[in-house]
Design a binder for this molecule. Sequence first.
Ligand SMILES: [Zn+2]
Length: 364
Amino acid sequence: MAFTHDDYAAAWVCALPLELAAAKVMLNEVHPSLAQSKFDHNVYTLGAINGHNVVIACLPAVLSHMLLTFPCLQFCLMVGIGGGVPSHSADIRLGDVVVSMPTAISGGVIQYDYGKTLRDGLFQRTGSLNKPPQKLLTAVSQICSNYLRSGIHFGEGISDTLQKYPTMRHVFSRPSKDWLFDSSYSHSDSNSDCSTCDETHLVNRVPRVTEEPHVHYGLIASGNQVMKDAKARDTIAQDLGILCFEMEAAGLMDQLPYLVIRGISDYCDSHKSDDWQGYAALSAASYTKELLNLVPWRGMAIQSHCHKGWPALQTGLLITMPGIGYPNYSRNFHPIQRAPSITVVTPTQKKPIVHPKEPRNQGL
Ligand SMILES: [Zn+2]
């Protein structure tokens, strides 16, 4: 079966090559690539996961271009690694997964370094971020209830993947040491690993019965700098109730409804290393695949309703009509040219605008 741009409703965005590799091996089938504008320099991997047609892209992909090339995208999954915030209330360990969940004051991701300093010296965080669509939140509820019933989230997905792709084992297998040091104890700078760090400063944690990653739901902090200071981590995390720090989501959050899924690869402290990145990336990708299995997919990409979910893109589509605001774009490729007609409703217009069929560009 041949797919068109309109058949893709789910975007999967990652940032690192190993996150991209983990995403690709989750595909049940790989689809051939599709035409895209010469202005769209993103590289897409197309395929299907548990019935969902998915567009995978790796940053620095430009999401606005992705939305124009695939006009029926309805939500975005930001999947990759992040730094965990272990605490008395959240026993987060390396390889676990943190999933962004909206609260009364946040869509699930907080831009912790974005805001303004008030006159009394307090820092007020500003900006509103899109919360995940209801269908994803419902699927999260399903995966939680399945865990309560079976005790398994997705760990079998990790082992199955490593069994199926033996060449991945070197980078993506589970490391043995999960060391969490007291936040007051800093890393010995003489070594890249913790071989000379004082083990008497390790936090004593109850060993888990299995290596099955746990999943934690709550707020994720996103910022422009790497967090590798345990005291700063705890100060911000306690202030906001943060479970995880990461660097990619905040800049993308307003363009689509998002769910952010992070495998924990370090503890945001001076002992931070790359050892767990592969396993954490695979852990997050495996959870995401399991989640998509529980998201209803039939009828998600309905052409006449493609653009109603994202006000930002409605504006984008209108300014990119032929000859308006985006020179030459429509001469080479435009999603509207592929459809007999597409109905676009702007936020200020009650009456839909119907764009008549335009001739398909012969140059494609
Ligand atoms: Zn160390």
